[in-house]
Design a protein around this ligand. Structure first.
Ligand code: WTA
Length: 566
């Protein structure tokens, strides 16, 4: 049998009831993530324990206890309820990583509404697509970002409330309001909505190859998987100071930057100051971070600044480091050992899976370059690329597939049953990633099975970029693909055919880049634009992105007729 370190026994005997026991959840009781992450921790005698140490861009530090979290999330819930927001309504959170983001998230859940986080760097078009699809009723935002919403609100008839939380002096227009948490009366008792395990909780949009981004809908039962994996994979213990570097605009920032750690009553650091090697080490030294969850792109950037910089800081509190979001290259694992005296533990999962599904455990032998093994309760296999049969021999590449049924699995794509159904074949959930499995059950990631671009650990959909590109006055046709990048793994490259009368130039390239940055986000902005006369197409007229991508990666293109069916 495999060696699962300290979890060997648990792994063999595992079933998801254990996760319910773990949170002392009794069948039939209400289950509300907002309550579990604040009120319950207070009831366990940890009301005064620090839940969040927040540091802002300019170095301001604020600390919130679990009792503060409880009262302030009540206050948010009470305010939103007063506006007429009801259970099941979608409430967007659109702001940088300020305390209001974390607190309002819990407040929305306490109300029984659905929290819909939106990455703060999204531009108007990216915002519109997601708010329109979800028929969002409200958006909680800040002075810095609310004008983007203002510019699209006329096209969003369902959007009733645009709430600015950090500036009393905004001149308000129709549907806009101000809510300042510090000035609001703290609400001691809020009647938390009795959501059950299957009540919807969080709606995260994620990009696919075709069509608009899809809203993966999660339910309150996700907490079972998020809590247990925070304990077993992130190894969180009561005395830990934990830092998750992810932004809650993406799933890691909610599953493991809010729900997982707080469901265990763990103190976490939230840093709103952006990336910087020196800044990050100083922060970890200052707050004595002991468990750190980050991403390969950040690790590669830290690597560039060298080991000496690490050694100049007292990081003696640090005892465990994990990574997620993109392939963690073996060099990064080795560098971790050299610089911090410990490896990065790779974890694999998706917006759709809600929690870690394939991973390295504490105590497990780390094989640099491998994502580790299936989490207890998860049946993970690889399927043949053509027949979808389970591959039983080791080291053969196939599609990573999971047996449905774990608690944090998405329950639907919002308003999109057809695409949701297409993710299941022969009773397996198809992740869209390729991997092999070695004879010891370790997964070795190969790449995605679709055209979605993973840049700096963030997924961007080529279709969304192409649709935005052709809105530029000069663009007739466009294709977006990922091209290799030493730090970000991939960056967006666009192939563009121009309309008659336009000529490719560096000015035009810049104009198109900025157009996309503003409309979508800096992540979606092409880092390079190649002007072409026409784009390669299949007989049915579909752009052959695969061919363009293969050229960027220097891969064998071979027989292009096979690309025609994709
Ligand atoms: C990729 C992020 C290699 C993968 C939590 C997956 C990874 C997509 C890893 C999900 C890993 C995530 N090694 N690739 N350890 N973790 N991925 O939905 O392609 O933003 O399908 O969720 O990121 O990205 P998402």
């Amino acid at each position: 049998m495999y060696d699962f370190g300290p979890y060997e026994k648990t792994y063999k005997e595992f079933n998801w009831d254990l996760a319910k026991e773990f949170l002392e959840y009794k069948e039939g009781d209400p289950l509300n993530i907002g309550w579990y992450c604040s009120d319950r921790i207070c009831q366990q005698g940890k009301a005064q324990k620090i839940a969040m140490i927040w540091e802002g861009f300019d170095g301001e530090v604020r600390k919130y206890s679990f009792n503060d979290l409880r009262l302030l999330s009540n206050t948010y819930a009470h305010y939103l309820k007063g506006l007429g927001i009801k259970p099941g309504d979608r409430v967007c959170i659109f702001m940088d990583k300020i305390p209001d983001l974390y607190i309002s998230f819990l407040g929305i859940l306490k109300l029984g509404a659905i929290a819909q986080p939106l990455f703060s760097a999204f531009g108007e078009e990216a915002l519109f697509t997601r708010m329109d699809d979800a028929d969002s009723i409200a958006v909680i935002t800040t002075r810095k970002h609310f004008r983007k919403v203002r510019r699209i609100k006329d096209q969003l008839p369902h959007l009733k409330h645009i709430i600015v939380v950090d500036d009393e002096n905004v001149r308000l227009e129709e549907r806009e309001k101000v809510f300042i948490l510090d000035k609001a009366e703290r609400v001691e008792d809020f009647n938390i909505y009795p959501t059950n395990p299957e009540s919807p909780s969080v709606l995260h949009y994620t990009s696919g190859t075709t069509g608009k981004p899809k809203g993966a809908l999660h339910v309150h039962a996700s907490i079972f998987a998020q809590s247990l994996s925070s304990k077993w994979v992130l190894d969180l213990k009561d005395e830990d100071i934990y830092w998750c570097t992810a932004d809650p605009g993406w799933v890691t920032g909610t599953s493991y930057g809010i729900i997982g750690p707080w469901s265990l009553g763990i103190t976490q650091v939230v840093y709103c100051g952006g990336f910087g090697s020196e800044k990050w080490y100083k922060l970890m030294e200052k707050f004595r971070v002991s468990v750190w969850y980050t991403a390969p792109t950040a690790i590669r950037m830290l690597m560039k600044d060298g080991t000496d910089l690490v050694k100049q800081h007292d990081l003696s509190a640090l005892r465990y480091m994990c990574s997620v979001g993109e392939p963690l290259n073996p060099e990064a694992v080795h560098w971790g050992i050299e610089a911090f005296d410990m490896p990065f533990y790779d974890t694999y999962w998706q917006t759709e899976t809600g929690a870690i599904v394939i991973t390295n455990f504490p105590g497990m032998k780390v094989k640099p370059g491998s994502m580790g093994r299936a989490f207890p309760g998860i049946t993970a296999v690889v399927l043949d690329l053509k027949s979808y049969e389970v591959i039983r021999e080791p080291n053969k590449v196939g599609l990573i597939a999971l047996k449905p049924g774990w608690p944090s699995m998405m329950r639907e794509y919002w308003n999109n049953p057809t695409v949701y159904q297409s993710k299941f074949i022969n009773g397996w959930y198809i992740t869209g990633d390729r991997s092999s499995i070695d004879s010891e059950g370790y997964f070795w990631f190969v790449g995605r099975d679709d055209d979605v671009i993973n840049t700096a650990g963030h997924l961007v959909g080529p279709f969304e970029i192409e649709s935005a590109l052709i809105e530029h006055e000069a663009v007739a046709e466009a294709a977006a693909v990922g091209k290799p990048d030493p730090v970000n793994m991939e960056v967006v490259k666009a192939f563009v055919a121009l309309k008659p009368g336009f000529e490719g130039s560096s000015d035009l390239e810049l104009s198109i880049m900025n157009f996309i940055r503003k409309k979508l986000s800096p992540l979606a902005m092409p880092q390079e634009i190649e002007f072409v006369d026409k784009l390669p197409k299949t007989r049915s007229g579909k752009i052959m992105r695969r061919l363009l991508r293969a050229m960027e990666w220097g891969e064998e293109i071979g027989d292009t007729s096979t690309l025609e069916d994709d």
